[in-house]
Ligand binder design. Structure first.
Ligand code: ADP
Ligand code: UDP
Length: 237
């Protein structure tokens, strides 16, 4: 497999074509961004940590029967993945209130949500990723009804598998964001990444934040916390 020209440079990853038209390389950079790219810093080792973390989680999800982009780890900071036609929406499940939900609804951080709640956001930095509903997604042709239902089903399946995994490591999976795409067979497949950059994880006992909120809120020890999360779920980095 040969790395070819750059397809897209995002805020944290660069995507490359390969000599296989159905495969891409995701290069995880050290860039860390928050507030729609307003705050950007380079954090030592973050690219490597997130690349390996993402591969570990996606492999666990595959084992649980969830279709993901995962092919193989090809270097410390690069993964080979299935090329997907990405659906431009973010799927968020929340088990506890935090982040934008607290600002939007005026609810207190940390309230347990029973049942867990689900939100869609449009992937659009210029518009600050506005919340959208299923009618918007269908009316604008971003996905059809069956694809919407499948994204929700898969996101809740991921929530079940990963809530258990993090619970065993003494952590609460507070919320997370997933992105899906369509593969060559027309199936909905989990793409992008699952790392502490795109979820919230708190220590179960102390509720210490172990995710990207450490960066957003200037709490320090960002990559160190990601490494601690990894070690608590059985991945030594
Ligand atoms: P952003 O675009 O939000 O700045 P990144 O820096 O993470 O985010 O860029 C990665 C880009 O690659 C995203 O736009 C994402 O939708 C896209 N992507 C992720 N996985 C795949 C995949 N398997 N196939 C095609 N595109 C993908
Ligand atoms: N999230 C993400 N990318 C985004 C927006 C949100 O990965 O562009 C993740 C975020 O890390 C959190 C969850 O999705 O785990 C819910 O985010 P929220 O809506 O609370 O927004 P935030 O306050 O984190 O910007």
């Amino acid at each position: 497999m040969q790395k070819q020209q750059e397809l897209y440079r995002g805020k944290a990853k660069t995507v490359f074509h390969t000599d296989d038209e159905n495969k891409l390389i995701l290069h995880f950079r050290n860039d860390t961004s928050a507030f729609d790219g307003e705050k950007i810093e380079q954090l030592d080792r973050k690219g490597e940590v997130n690349n390996k973390f993402n591969h570990f989680i996606m492999s666990k999800l595959e084992e649980a029967g969830i279709k993901t982009q995962v092919e193989s780890l090809i270097s410390d900071t690069e993964s080979l993945v299935k090329k997907l036609d990405m659906i431009p929406v973010e799927c968020v499940v929340r088990n506890f209130a935090a982040g934008s939900m607290c600002r939007r609804l005026g609810v207190e951080e940390g309230i347990e949500l029973s049942p867990p709640t689900f939100e869609f956001f449009l992937k659009n930095d210029a518009l600050h990723d506005p919340m959208v509903n299923e009618y918007h997604i269908e009316s604008f042709g971003w996905a059809d009804q069956a694809q919407i239902a499948e994204m929700k089903r898969l996101t809740f399946s991921v929530n079940k598998v990963l809530s258990e995994l993090f619970d065993k490591g003494g952590m609460l999976l507070v919320d997370f964001k997933l992105e899906f795409g369509v593969d060559v067979n027309g199936d909905i497949v989990l793409g992008d990444e699952f790392t502490p950059d795109g979820c919230r994880l708190w220590d179960k006992e102390t509720r210490k934040k172990l995710d990207k909120d450490r960066f957003r809120q200037g709490l320090g020890s960002v990559v160190e916390s990601y490494i601690e999360v990894a070690s608590r779920i059985g991945l030594t980095l």
